[in-house]
Design a protein around this ligand. Structure first.
Ligand code: HEC
Ligand code: HEC
Ligand code: HEC
Ligand code: HEC
Ligand code: HEC
Ligand code: HEC
Ligand code: HEC
Ligand code: HEC
Ligand code: HEC
Ligand code: HEC
Length: 311
């Protein structure tokens, strides 16, 4: 159980902070860009909560939520209590604030955020997988931090993989999207607040999502390769793979999961025909880019003689 009794000594400090707060805040608010530190809804909380407390909270004053001149923000209204509730019992007794944002039922805290954040980014939230799974806005967002980590490409990924262990493991495989260096983030492909497509993809289909960035694979091609126009993830693992180009399997086996009984031998190729000291003859289907040695345009082609994707 968490206790909400103040540590002795904090109050002394608080008096100081309040004095300081009033001194700093007054001239700034007059300019219309203040922090709201003089807001009555905040003063009563700052008796105990400051940067010295067990859980420092005042960095919120550096965020968009604290732009007093913007009358839509919490700090321009009732300040702390806009989000945490009046919390009268909390201030006098050893009782929790009205809203802590780690209630078992995430919707309690979410409703507070959604009292202001409706529409725009959040039209798909209701009924999204995260909403159904009791994930809260504050599981991803940290309104008390000067820079909300989930709004930054590099640190966003860190936030997501605290829960998504599979993706955490895939990310470090030798072939993966450049998610670790901030070139792109999970939300390059996924809409974190829910989307109309499967797996909360940004676009309705996998291919529409991939082709936002890989436009050269979009087609339409004169000669389409059916799986490529159907779903890129038939051959690629977008979260990372041990095979080059994030392929799900190495060629020729990748190709032979579908092409086992056609023009070429109907049995799966093996390593036995490989060239070596004692094995001068090799199967071209096994070497280097294997099937791709000849069928290089596996995503589709517009070449007049390209029905077999050879150019
Ligand atoms: C009499 C001192 C006191 C006052 C006044 C006070 N708090 Fe607290 N509060 C505490 C203590 C002690 C804790 C527990 C230690 C901590 O989290 O810093 C706490 C914890 C909290 C927590 C964390 C709760 C949790 O379980 O995670 C929130 C949120 C909170 N206070 C909000 C507020 C708000 C909002 C106000 C003003 C309306 C306020 N407090 C006024 C003493 C106080
Ligand atoms: C925009 C809504 C919002 C406002 C405004 C807000 N808080 Fe919070 N507060 C949260 C959320 C969400 C959490 C839980 C997640 C977190 O710690 O970031 C939280 C957590 C806390 C905690 C617990 C911190 C911890 O690390 O356990 C305290 C204490 C607290 N708030 C006090 C305050 C005080 C004091 C104010 C006014 C200066 C305030 N809050 C204003 C949303 C808000
Ligand atoms: C009283 C209304 C209000 C409440 C309650 C509120 N917000 Fe906000 N929030 C705003 C306003 C206004 C902005 C600034 C929007 C802008 O600049 O376009 C904002 C901005 C944000 C941003 C963008 C910050 C940035 O740096 O770009 C995030 C994320 C956010 N809020 C999340 C939350 C979360 C999570 C909660 C609940 C814990 C919450 N808000 C509660 C009004 C509110
Ligand atoms: C799964 C993590 C996650 C959850 C849960 C989540 N968000 Fe977000 N949110 C993000 C990410 C990532 C972004 C930035 C990328 C984007 O907008 O697609 C964002 C952006 C935002 C923005 C816009 C910030 C800007 O730049 O203008 C607001 C406002 C916001 N979220 C509010 C909320 C509210 C309210 C909730 C709860 C109903 C919520 N979020 C739940 C991850 C999340
Ligand atoms: C607090 C934990 C938590 C965090 C943080 C979190 N998620 Fe999730 N997410 C879940 C749970 C639980 C599910 C449902 C079970 C599953 O698919 O793993 C889920 C499901 C998903 C799904 C599948 C949706 C579907 O319809 O099948 C995607 C995509 C996803 N999350 C992306 C993200 C992204 C991107 C972020 C970071 C911006 C993120 N998540 C952050 C808990 C979380
Ligand atoms: C290049 C695009 C792309 C990126 C980047 C991406 N995903 Fe995905 N994700 C997909 C696609 C496509 C699917 C659905 C097909 C599949 O399961 O392979 C998916 C499915 C999921 C699912 C649901 C199915 C499952 O495997 O559990 C979760 C959860 C998920 N992604 C989380 C994440 C997280 C977290 C990140 C960031 C670390 C991330 N994704 C980055 C494309 C992407
Ligand atoms: C937000 C942009 C974006 C989206 C969406 C996207 N990618 Fe990528 N993709 C990249 C970037 C950036 C690279 C790295 C390019 C580089 O290193 O030259 C990349 C690289 C790749 C590579 C090549 C890796 C290699 O070894 O050459 C494959 C395969 C790939 N993506 C497949 C996909 C698939 C499949 C999807 C859809 C599920 C997808 N991408 C969605 C940006 C994106
Ligand atoms: C039939 C299996 C298959 C499908 C389906 C497929 N790919 Fe590929 N992809 C490959 C193979 C094999 C390579 C490796 C090519 C090489 O080594 O030259 C590759 C390479 C790539 C590359 C990196 C090299 C390059 O050519 O740019 C990207 C990017 C890529 N694929 C994106 C996509 C996208 C986007 C889709 C969906 C529209 C898709 N792939 C569907 C098999 C496939
Ligand atoms: C998911 C199954 C699948 C995978 C994996 C796959 N293909 Fe295909 N491929 C097809 C289908 C379906 C067709 C269309 C067959 C038809 O029209 O008779 C096709 C057509 C072709 C054709 C043209 C055949 C013709 O008759 O014109 C070639 C060549 C080909 N694929 C090569 C490859 C190569 C090389 C790979 C591995 C990189 C590969 N395929 C992976 C399903 C697959
Ligand atoms: C040495 C070059 C070469 C290699 C390596 C190769 N192919 Fe072919 N493939 C061809 C030629 C040539 C054709 C016939 C083209 C034509 O008739 O236009 C063909 C035709 C095909 C066809 C169409 C068959 C049909 O019945 O019409 C498929 C499917 C195919 N190859 C798949 C594969 C797969 C899968 C691999 C790897 C296991 C592979 N190829 C490796 C040269 C090659």
């Amino acid at each position: 159980m968490r206790t909400y009794r103040m540590k002795p000594g904090n109050a002394l400090l608080t008096g100081l902070v309040l004095l300081l707060g009033a001194w700093v805040a007054a001239p700034v608010s007059a300019a219309g860009t203040g922090t709201g530190a003089d807001n009555p809804g905040m003063k009563k909380c700052l008796r105990c909560h400051d940067e010295e407390a067990e859980h420092p909270v005042l960095s919120i004053l550096k965020t968009k939520h604290a732009v007093v001149a913007d009358e839509r923000t919490p700090m321009s209204n009732h300040s702390c209590t806009t989000c945490h509730g009046a919390s009268l019992a909390h201030m006098d007794d050893d009782a929790a604030p009205d809203i802590t944002f780690h209630e078992k039922d995430a919707s309690i805290g979410n409703e507070v955020c959604q009292s202001c954040h409706i529409g725009k980014h959040l039209t798909e939230w209701q009924g999204s997988r995260h909403q159904i799974e009791n994930v809260s806005c504050s599981n991803c967002h940290s309104p008390h931090m000067a820079q909300d980590p989930v709004l930054d490409k590099v640190s966003e990924v860190e936030v997501c993989i605290t829960c998504h262990k599979n993706q955490r493991a895939n990310l470090v495989k030798p072939y993966a999207h450049p998610l670790r260096d901030g070139e792109m983030s999970c939300s390059g492909c996924h809409a974190p607040h829910g989307g109309t497509g499967n797996s909360n993809l940004v676009k309705n289909t996998v291919n529409d999502t991939c082709n936002m960035c890989h436009a050269e694979k979009r087609g339409p091609f004169l000669w389409e390769h059916q799986p490529a126009s159907e779903d890129c993830t038939i051959c690629h693992s977008p979260h990372g793979s041990v095979h080059t180009a994030m392929l799900k399997q190495r060629g020729p086996w990748l190709c032979q999961t579908c092409h086992a009984a056609q023009f070429h031998p109907s049995t799966a190729y093996s390593g036995t025909g490989l060239p070596g000291v004692n094995r001068p003859s090799g199967a071209q289907q096994m070497l280097g880019r294997n099937c791709l040695n000849c069928h290089s345009e596996v995503h589709g082609t517009n070449h007049p003689s390209g029905a077999r994707f050879t150019r």
